[in-house]
Design a protein around this ligand. Structure first.
Ligand SMILES: [Zn+2]
Length: 293
């Protein structure tokens, strides 16, 4: 699922392409994606976008008529933009907006329609789309610590919870925990003040690093290569590959249809975290430390 760095780069790319230029056409090519009926999408035609905001993991485009188009990409939704007068929009587009600069459209890989578009009136209409999570980049250490400590659970779960922190998910939580040198299974209530300080610093540093990297990669163009798996990530999606800090093989915990990646040497003092399904299967033969592997 696109997280803070990807969504910020999307928002920065949308502003110059949409703001100040009236919308000429708005089409729902797959009506199921549009989850609201009033106002209709056609109400956007002739209106001028004046604001593009990120609301947690959603993007909201606001117009001079105080309508807000809220786009939630979920896991596989992606945005695309092609410049020029009346550019060709591919058949895979679910929703498409056209203005004098070009066309913006939404796609979603796979057959499950999980990405969504809502059209709402005014700021009040945005409220149901706010999950309440703290914005890490503008939060203080005290606010961050309060948000994390309000419930006892693992750091991995707390970091990914949209009601605790905004716009962080599976990919960047792995990277943040690696930078902080903390175990994904450590409990939020067991962090001492020094560890909390380290986690906060790691969260801000990781999100800033990746926002800047993705900006550089887009190079003023529209970000067309949004993915949760990047070869220069430290641990996320890099199971068995060497940790860039200590060269130990990256480990994983598999749960549901997700996995959490970490470095045992950098994050858990060399201890391997039991992958529940696998460790039950192997019982006593499950290696307990990196040296047993
Ligand atoms: Zn390491």
């Amino acid at each position: 699922m696109p997280e803070y760095p990807d969504l910020e780069v999307y928002a920065d790319a949308l502003r110059p392409r949409l703001q100040g230029t009236p919308l000429q056409a708005v089409r729902a090519l797959d009506p199921f994606v549009v989850r609201t009926v009033d106002p209709p999408l056609s109400a956007l035609v002739g209106q001028t976008p004046i604001s593009v905001r990120r609301l947690g993991k959603r993007l909201a485009i606001g117009t001079d008529g105080d309508l807000w188009l809220v786009v939630h990409l979920m896991v596989l939704g992606r945005l695309h933009f092609r410049a020029g007068p009346d550019p060709k929009v591919p058949k895979t587009a679910l929703v498409a907006l056209t203005n004098a600069n070009g066309a913006l459209w939404l796609t979603e890989a796979g057959s499950k329609r999980r990405a969504s578009v809502h059209l709402v009136r005014g700021e009040a209409g945005l409220l149901p789309h706010l999950r309440g999570g703290l914005e890490v980049m503008t939060a203080s250490l005290t606010e961050f610590a309060q948000a994390l400590r309000c419930k006892r659970r693992t750091l991995k779960r707390a970091l990914c919870d949209p009601t605790v922190l905004a716009a962080i998910g599976n990919a960047y939580s792995d990277e943040i925990l690696h930078t902080a040198g903390l175990s994904p299974l450590q409990l939020t209530t067991n962090l001492d003040d020094a560890e909390m300080h380290r986690l906060f610093g790691a969260a801000q540093a990781t999100l800033t690093l990746w926002r800047n990297r993705l900006h550089t990669e887009a190079g003023g163009g529209f970000p067309e290569h949004v993915t949760a798996f990047r070869p220069d990530m430290a641990v996320h999606g890099r199971y068995r590959q060497p940790c860039p800090v200590c060269a130990a093989p990256v480990q994983r915990i598999v749960y549901a249809d997700n996995e959490c990646n970490y470095c045992a040497r950098c994050q858990t003092g060399g201890r391997l975290l039991a992958d529940r399904a696998l460790s039950q299967l192997l019982k006593d033969s499950w290696p307990r430390t990196l040296d047993d592997v």
